[in-house]
Design a binder for this molecule. Structure first.
Ligand code: VGL
Ligand code: ZN
Length: 202
């Protein structure tokens, strides 16, 4: 489909088993993601790409635990273990990911004080990555999402895509979730309410 693009979210070593912020079941979805890539003419990859000492890292704060929530100027922010630090092996795509045919790679989370779950708008909800303009300039109207993590970067990206007017599907079987305090269930509900098709298959 010429007007459809596949967006592969954050299939990086640190989000896979053995990585700094491992998502349970992540490695098992790589073959399904590759199958989707094989079936799409237009493929975009996203890459979580934090500078060392990023404000979303618990290690950047005194007495803060990973997975706790703190108040940032832009609102509540979960603190994470150090992950996807620019230039480190953990930030690289999983070696089995079929990354060759990707037409563009969008990096996010590089502003030291702002996290970015969404590949469109950072967590301050104001700073834009430019992906929206890129996809629209290329004439895409339908986006299919897969990758990691379902309840963070996939969901936030998919919901922003709907808000930007794209028709959106998430291939849930080609994702894996962090599931922090019920986030998987909550984000599935939010995506359904946003008009996202969750029934697409790999
Ligand atoms: C992600 C937490 C922090 C993700 C990225 O890719 O879902 N989650 N950074
Ligand atoms: Zn991150």
């Amino acid at each position: 489909m010429p007007n459809e693009a596949l967006i592969v979210v954050d299939v990086q070593n640190d989000f896979c088993e053995g990585g700094a912020l491992a998502v349970p079941g992540a490695k098992a979805v790589v073959p399904l993601v590759n199958r989707l890539i094989g079936r799409h003419e237009h493929v975009v990859l996203t890459q979580d790409w934090h500078p060392a000492g990023h404000a979303s890292f618990a290690s950047a704060w005194k007495d803060a635990e990973p997975f706790s929530s703190v108040k940032f100027a832009y609102g509540p922010q979960t603190l994470w273990p150090d992950h996807c630090v620019q230039g480190t092996p953990g930030a690289e795509f999983h070696p089995d990911l079929d990354a060759q045919r990707a037409q563009t790679i969008v990096r996010k989370g590089y502003h030291p004080g702002i996290d970015s779950y969404s590949a469109f708008r950072e967590n301050d909800r104001m700073t834009r990555t430019g992906l929206d303009g890129y996809l629209k300039a290329r004439g895409f109207t339908k986006l299919v999402f897969c990758g990691l993590a379902l309840d963070y970067c996939v969901a936030w990206s998919a919901i922003d895509a709907r808000q930007s007017g794209f028709s959106v599907s998430v291939v849930v079987e080609a994702t894996a979730a962090i599931d922090l305090d019920g986030s998987r269930r909550r984000m599935l509900t939010d995506m359904r309410q946003a008009g996202i098709n969750l029934n697409a298959t790999a």
